[in-house]
Ligand binder design. Sequence first.
Ligand code: ADP
Length: 438
Amino acid sequence: MSRFWLRMLPQFLLFGGVALLVWAAVNASYALVFLILAVLIPFFWMLHHLALIDNWLDSPTVESVPEGTGLWEGVFSRLRRLVRQRNQRQQELESELRDLQQAIAALPDAIVILDSADHIEWCNPMAEEYFGLDGKRDLGQQVSYLIRQPQFVDYLADHQKSPDQPCILKLSNERILSVQIIPYADRKNLLLARDITRLENVERMRRDFVANVSHELRTPLTVVNGFLETLSDMGGSPDAEMMKRSLDLMTGQTDRMKRLVEDLLTLSRLENVENLLSEEDVNVPALVRQIHQDALSLSGKNHQIELHIETEVGLCGNTEELRSGFGNLVSNAIRYTPKDGKIELTWKMEGRHAVFSVKDSGIGIELEHIPRLTERFYRVDRSRSRGTGGTGLGLAIVKHVLNRHQARLEISSKFGQGSIFRAVFPPSRLLAEAGCIR
Ligand code: ADP
């Protein structure tokens, strides 16, 4: 028997006992009237309390739980406790939900919750940014009405066939997204989109790089291979003249491959983030004087090469890297300046910056090429670059060397008149009297 009926039992026994006494002392009619009253009065008492509960249910707050007496006092106080616990739990859940929404909103990925018919139920700010959605206005809309790229619409229709396979979307603003639809709960879907523009660009650069290197190596290899085949076809004794010419040409091609491989290794060393710049006191005036001497012998008196050392300031940096960077600028000036042209090497202070500049009166560069010159294998004129022994990597090496010294490369040029390449070093790189103290 439940607690409620146990508590009611003494009352029933009391009424039954009194009714029996009345029956014995008076008569059965009085006993019956007594019993009817004993049932009716509690009945209306119950109805009154039911009415209170019914009223309360219109706005069920803790404060408005009715007061009661006797049996009802216990019922109402339990009700009050239950409502208070429910309110507290609801507040906790709301706060957890808010935290969760804030965490999802802060994610760098776009998230859209779709119902079983692909209507939008919720989306985070990143989804608004990527797909131009409006988190309030577009709720309930079919997602394919708002993300209309055909690849996405096809993917949405077929995503169950290959659930692990994301769909790659290219947006009109050149952004590349990897979009995946993940089913969850009861036929709901989570649409996740991640910006993979950088990854895709790196991947494209890697592909281009491999293709470029293969192409650069294939040409000299084909030439060498051709000579070797010709020599082998000629049998035992090719004539000495022919032999010398072939060997000279093959040496030229293998030199070219060697230069390319050396430049590739230099570039990979410079690009390796684990290979930190090993710093020392660099006597730049002495370095520039050596580079001037090398330039004179490389030019073979074909150019007028002037040297202007206007400051004795040195740099905190790496001598060999700077030699390679400055050397590339000078060798370019020589290679792209016709015979009898003028080249000036200058080391000077400009305000608080130190500048190494190479000015030539060479062929110059059209404006549209200048922003791309430091890309690997970018050449304005392929045949001229190759003809002068260029690998297409010189300025990429210069850019990396300067970056590692927090310096910048400035290029100005007039097509047909000449160019100026300037390496500008920040004051923080200038050698303090105490030497390299970084
Ligand atoms: P390359 O080995 O082809 O010279 P670089 O990276 O050193 O490669 O230079 C990239 C391109 O920039 C060259 O192919 C050339 O077209 C152009 N360039 C570089 N320096 C000069 C210069 N001093 N005068 C004219 N063009 C230049």
